[in-house]
Design a protein around this ligand. Structure first.
Ligand code: UDP
Length: 475
């Protein structure tokens, strides 16, 4: 057993692809910067996406490495199966690796549903990474424990979420399917929570203090974010997640040609697939708003035939792209964009987002207010945090929770798109106040991860606890 003074060894086992993998790799880099020996466990094809970033970190002396399994799961599988891809092919490779080289702790993404059992059998300290903040956790918990959803007269009847410090109204239509029909879903998350050591959360105390306190009262939780802030250089920001497939320079040159604070960035994250009819409504709404925009359509479609089938490119209104180009009003991009670089560009004034937690935090860190368009996962809760608690965004009016591949029952019409865009982008007292508030929060985010900040302290605290556990075992 390593002597007490040695740094601790942490493993990070992210889920494959997109919005779960990206922050966990950043989290590994954060802990490495605090001196923990961090190893990211990955499949070979997935490791290719972040290999460059990690090599760069190693060259700068960070104690970080990638361990690749012999079994593979790629982004292409992910495109086919969505976030519910079965990663259990990695069970045996993980078990063998843990037997060979037991770490002081392993941080595991919540989607590896099978992993806790084998980690616990081996007696290794297990920490959960769930990819979202404290607010949605409080919303979910209090709805699950205190609201009888069957008593509501319809999916659209509003109810107040009990026990929260803010008055938050929800409807059944905005809730994830596992909350609406709990009997159909075994509560694996609860099991995870109950017997794991704690939760590493990509958030920071000052963003949601009441909700962080609520979570910390019930569970060991370390808020170590926003982890995206560990990407300090332009190269880091470009390479993060995976190298962009769109022409980064073209995109930045276009933004450079725009006035500061004048462009709306539109993107719906790494998994969402918008139907052609919805893309059309967005296009018409953007055009009618007369605001300048950069729109990333249909990200993460690695498979070109699927891209075509998904049709993002081919379903925009006829002549739309050409008109936008001629008027110099809008740039439509297809593929994987360097989101951090775009959001931080001085030309960006607003972000139309699906409220994925990473996009939300990245917008906050860049000091950019949002137009919220939640679709799935915990995004409807994030919308409430953004627009009603933090008051740094306007709602487009999306009302129906959708699983990643379900049929869209209701489109958000062009008038709603136009109205939300104007509310955020056209100068007004309300828009100015949102901008001021989000910039203040951005400053707090920056301070949180610096020495003396809350997230910095939480990362140190976790390392000390793990050291303590190692010592206790040695006694
Ligand atoms: N992202 C990116 N380029 C893209 C699309 C997404 O870099 O073209 C990144 C984005 O910066 C964020 C993540 O992918 O870190 C998306 O995570 P989020 O939680 O916002 O949404 P999800 O993709 O999980 O729905």
């Amino acid at each position: 057993m390593a002597p007490e003074t040695d740094s601790i060894e942490m493993f990070f086992f992210p889920f494959v692809g997109g919005g779960h993998q990206i922050p966990m790799i950043d989290a590994a880099r954060v802990f490495a910067s605090h001196g923990a020996k961090s190893t990211i466990l990955a499949t070979p094809s997935n490791a290719l996406h972040f290999h460059n970033s990690i090599s760069h970190d190693q060259q700068s002396g960070l104690p970080i490495a990638i361990h690749t399994f012999s079994a593979d799961i790629s982004d292409t599988d992910m495109s086919a199966a969505g976030p519910f891809i079965d990663s259990s092919a990695l069970l045996e490779p993980l078990r063998l690796f843990l037997l060979q080289r037991p770490p002081d702790c392993i941080v595991i993404d919540m989607f590896h549903r099978w992993a806790p059992d084998i980690v616990d059998q081996l007696g290794i300290t297990r920490i959960l990474f769930n990819g979202h903040g404290c607010f949605p956790r409080c919303v979910t918990e209090n709805i699950r424990n205190h609201v009888t959803l069957e008593n509501l007269s319809s999916d659209s009847e509003p109810f107040v979420v009990p026990n929260l410090p803010h008055r938050i109204e929800m409807t059944r239509s905005r809730l994830p399917v596992f909350l609406r029909n709990p009997s159909q879903f075994p509560d694996r998350m609860k099991q995870w929570d109950d017997n794991g050591f704690g939760i590493v959360t990509n958030s920071f105390y000052d963003l949601e203090p009441d909700y962080a306190d609520y979570v910390k009262k019930r569970k060991k939780a370390w808020l170590v974010g926003p982890v995206s802030l560990c990407n300090r250089t332009a190269e880091d920001k470009t390479q993060r997640g995976k190298p962009p497939t769109i022409d980064e320079q073209k995109c930045l040159n276009w933004l450079n040609s725009k006035k500061p604070n004048s462009v709306l960035y539109v993107s719906f994250g790494s998994v969402a697939r918008l139907p052609p009819g919805q893309l059309k409504e967005i296009a018409f709404g953007l055009e009618a708003s007369d605001q300048t925009f950069i729109w990333v359509v249909g990200c993460i479609r690695n498979n070109p035939s699927e891209n075509k089938e998904n049709g993002s490119g081919n379903f925009l209104p006829e002549g739309f792209e050409q008109r936008m180009k001629e008027k110099n009003k809008g740039l439509v991009l297809r593929g994987w964009a360097p989101q951090l670089l775009i959001l931080e560009h001085a030309a960006i004034k607003g972000f139309m987002t699906h409220c994925g937690w990473n996009s939300t935090l990245e917008s906050v860190c860049a000091g950019v207010p949002m137009i919220t368009w939640p679709l799935s996962a915990e995004q409807f809760s994030n919308e409430k945090l953004i627009t009603e608690v933090l008051k740094i965004g306007v709602q487009v009016g999306s009302r129906e929770w959708l699983s990643w591949n379900s049929e869209w029952k209701e489109l958000v019409g062009r008038e709603k798109v136009e109205s939300a865009v104007k509310k955020l982008m056209v100068e007004s007292e309300e828009a100015e106040e949102m901008r001021t508030r989000v910039k203040e929060i951005a400053e707090k985010a920056r301070r949180a991860v610096e020495e003396g900040g809350t997230s910095y302290a939480d990362a140190e605290a976790l390392i000390q606890e793990i050291k303590g556990r190692r010592l206790a075992r040695q006694d």
